[in-house]
Design a protein around this ligand. Structure first.
Ligand code: NAP
Length: 266
């Protein structure tokens, strides 16, 4: 079977380096290109803490696609860059596996259109950790019985967007399942702006940013005389790699836009 050829965008970043390592270690995948704003000319393998692999970092995504013809692009860049990157990939008929968070509803609708116009596919996954997908699924289920809920997401302090894509997705899933509910006291007053977190359809989302954290989330349900806490911790970035690799393997078997890894795997 021919190997799946892969371009990693953001290959000099924390997630990108992990993806480079995972792709190089997968016998069914072939790393053909690595793109980033920084590190031009450096070997992607060495940057990822591996032996040299012969693929050096380039900075021009479109040009790199035209010279290396990857089948799949994996994007872990920045919220401000990802939309343009996905456009370039899909217009080159390269399937996209996107981990970068921060895409809006309108941008997702446009991405769906591009996949249709170019007969290709794109996965946008707020979280590639399988345990996080299960946490979201269990939270949705619990909200049928415990409609009072708050979400606390905790990430490293270099994260640019808040709340996290996972927290928003969790809230959306809960909203689909539970009865409509405005939580908290109707006369509740914040003495310091933001004290009660972000409001989403009657529930609250809180974002913690601290050095030392990777990606964590607690979903706390409260009821009469009892609470239920569902918690997931990514203790390092390797936790995302089985999900990323599964997506790279499967993305070309589907068409259109898929939002959420669970809709590709489960
Ligand atoms: P990071 O360490 O800052 O890495 C991002 C890399 O992309 C940096 O090297 C950055 O270069 C580069 N970059 C920025 N704009 C670019 C562009 N237009 N073209 C090419 N490269 C570009 O960030 P990270 O921690 O790896 O996270 C990356 C993204 O993944 C974030 O949105 C984060 O929230 C998300 N994430 C998702 C998951 C998931 O499971 N879905 C898990 C973890 C993280 P500079 O350093 O020059 O800016």
């Amino acid at each position: 079977m021919a190997k799946i050829t892969v371009l990693v965008n953001g290959a000099n970043g924390r997630m990108g380096r992990e993806v480079v390592k995972a792709v190089l270690n997968d016998p069914d995948l072939s790393l053909v290109a690595a793109v980033d704003r920084s590190g031009e000319g450096m070997d992607a393998g060495i940057l990822a803490g591996m032996p040299a692999c012969g693929v050096t970092l380039s900075t021009d995504l479109a040009q790199t696609m035209e010279t290396t013809h990857p089948m799949v692009m994996v994007d872990f860049t920045q919220p401000q860059a990802v939309f343009g990157n996905v456009q370039i990939a899909l217009e080159h008929k390269v399937a996209a596996v996107v981990g970068t968070t921060g895409l809006s509803e309108e941008q997702l609708a446009q991405i769906r259109l591009w996949t249709e116009q170019n007969a290709t596919s794109c996965l946008v996954a707020p979280n590639f950790a399988i345990g996080a997908l299960l946490m979201m699924r269990f939270a949705r289920e619990a909200s049928r019985f415990f409609p009072h809920v708050e979400i606390i997401e905790l990430h490293h302090d270099q994260k640019l967007d808040a709340p996290s894509g996972t927290a928003i997705k969790t809230a959306e899933l809960i909203q689909e399942e539970r009865q409509a509910l405005q939580q908290g006291h109707p006369q509740e007053k914040e003495l310091i702006n933001g004290a009660r977190g972000a409001a989403f359809e009657g529930m609250r989302i809180h974002s913690v940013r601290l050095p030392g954290l990777v990606a964590h989330q607690e979903v706390i349900f409260g009821s009469v005389g009892q609470t239920l806490v569902i918690r997931h911790d990514s203790i390092n970035r390797e936790s995302f790699m089985p999900g990323v690799l599964a997506a790279v393997h499967r993305i070309r078997e589907v068409s259109g836009l898929i939002y959420g890894l669970e809709n590709l795997l489960f």
